[in-house]
Ligand binder design. Sequence first.
Ligand code: GLA
Length: 412
Amino acid sequence: MKCSVSRTVRLLIALLLIVSMLAACSNGGNQSTQENTTPTPTEVPATPTATEVPASPTPTPNPLDSMTLKEKYKDDFMIGVAMPANIINNAAFKDVIVGNFNSMTFENETKPDAILRKDECQKGLPDTYTEPVINVSAIARSMQFAKENGIKVRFHTLIWHSQTPSWFFTEDYTPNGQRVTRDVMLKRMESYIRQVMTYMEENYPGQIYCYDVVNEAIDPPHGDANGMRKDSPWYEVIGPDFMNYAFEYARKYAPEGVDLYYNDYNCFSKSAQIIECLRPIKEAGNIDGIGMQSHISTTDNVDRQIRGTAAKFSAEGYKVQLTELDIGVSSTNKNAEELQAMKYCVLFKKMQQGKQNGTINIDCITIWGLYDSVSWRREEMPLLYRFDGSKLVKKRAWYGAMQDPEIKAVEY
Ligand code: GLA
């Protein structure tokens, strides 16, 4: 009896349980739907059709991104960059600079107007009359940076008609003063070259691998019978042979193995005059190379202007460098970036082929600036990088310089 009573109780409990579960299914179902986030059909967001799918924000990785410029050309020539000395203060640039470049030029800090000190020259008279006072301290941190990161430095430039103070050529270094004699100016020239080269070697031994000894001395349309620029204070005070002396002094004080360069723009248009004016300097053994500045545009013909001229100088026994390369492009052209990339591609291809087939003795290609907005030609966006406010972004031009097979290496 006891047993049958408890069985009845258990049956009753089971019945009660079934009834309460059925109730839960009909009423409590709503509660379960709220917890379950499955939306009703009208709440489902519309699936985009294929044509509405926005372009993928992550571009397909380019295999070239695992390489850098200096690695790509390591068997052919160095890759340089011109920089204002303070650019190394920005840590965001360090990886790009160190990764891509193994040569460096100061954009302004090693020009005579940055190095010569008027007040000290005047205060030190008469001792300083033929011994001008110099100061090269502005580049100290950058030279340290270059040393730490294995970057060699090309020194630009010792003797130039521009960015050289007019007081350097006058009696007692007075602005608008009487010009000194040829003999005095030759002494000042020798002293300046000696002091700069000695300072650089003593403070930064082995870091400078070449000097632009003379910049832009040849300008046939405004020149003398040989094409030497006449509107240069060096020409006016010393005479047409000032360049011979500059190279003679440079060779005298340059450390063994440091190359001496003549540097100029539009070399294709005056290559014959350059070769003739440099001939006695070459024969005296006082010059090693010719720097072709190469401030060009997408409309220029690289094969004729750059490759052809570089091959001509090489055939005369010179080393060649492209010392200030930038390729400007009209920003109104809707294919601007691509045209520019193609031009960089053609140029690097021709230089590499020339080096490899022995027709161009090219030693270094220097890009004249790190990114577009610091370029002297910034409206023409001529460089390989742009700065987005926090980091450097490679342009198509960088891929062109890397000879990306996706970029057409043709000239239009
Ligand atoms: C010339 C000089 C350079 C630089 C550019 C303009 O090419 O050689 O040092 O001043 O002009 O930036």
